[in-house]
Write a protein that binds this ligand. Structure first.
Ligand code: E4P
Length: 217
């Protein structure tokens, strides 16, 4: 399973990249606004900066909602770097835009997916990634990981090539659950990824080894 970092924060992206386990980055308008990025020129520069840090795909979301505007915006985003993956909402206009870009060989991430029917449309339009939002479904007492499992199953049955990118991951256990149901990618906050390393027996074992190592010098 690939790990993407779900942030627009350059320091966190550098930190995750330095771990050597980062496969890409996803952003959204809320994450970009949180970093204080404003205006078209700064938006494009920020995506270029992210691409400089990571080797893999970088999802850049369109701000517009109509087909024509999404095409214009997505084309501009895709020119920044071949790593850019145009992120489009799962709406009628968004699906049409996914089809437009996929038929031109431009990578897409179909976002704000909350049902298997939406995931089917994204795959049929040729999306590179589909993003089911796990945490936001859990927030309304609906099984987010269950949706990821259902999409993985349907894509395997019908041979769709679209990769299942589990989004809205809130904690470390979500990552383990994504592994168990066969998600292709999990896009996570850095804290959730770092949580994978923690184990009290590792800490205790290391403490003993350090003590014993001192006896050997
Ligand atoms: C991913 O592509 C989404 O932008 C993100 O995971 C949403 O996460 P949230 O529900 O924690 O805002």
């Amino acid at each position: 399973m690939k790990f993407f970092l779900d942030t627009a924060n350059l320091e966190q992206i550098k930190e995750a990249q330095s771990l050597g386990i980062l496969d890409g980055v996803t952003t959204n308008p809320s994450l970009m606004a949180k970093e204080g990025i404003k205006g078209q020129e700064n938006i494009l520069k920020h995506y270029a900066d992210i691409c400089e840090i990571v080797d893999g795909d970088v999802s850049a979301e369109v701000l517009s909602t109509t087909y024509e505007e999404m095409i214009k915006e997505g084309e501009e985003l895709s020119k920044i770097n071949p790593q850019i993956c145009v992120k489009l909402p799962c709406t009628i206009d968004g699906i049409k835009a996914v089809k437009y870009f996929s038929s031109r060989g431009i990578k897409t991430n179909c976002t704000l997916v909350f049902s298997v029917g939406q995931a089917l449309l994204a795959a049929k339009a040729g999306a590179t990634y589909v993003s089911p939002f796990v945490g936001r479904l859990d927030d309304i007492s609906t099984d987010g990981i269950g949706l990821v499992a259902q999409i993985v199953d349907v894509y395997n049955t019908y041979g769709y090539q679209t990769q299942v990118l589990a989004a809205s991951i809130r904690h470390t256990q979500h990552i383990i659950q994504c592994l168990e149901v066969g998600a292709d990618v999990a896009t996570c906050p850095l804290k959730a990824i770092l949580g994978l390393i923690n184990h009290p027996l590792t800490d205790k074992g290391l403490e003993t080894f350090i003590k014993d190592a001192a006896k050997m010098v």
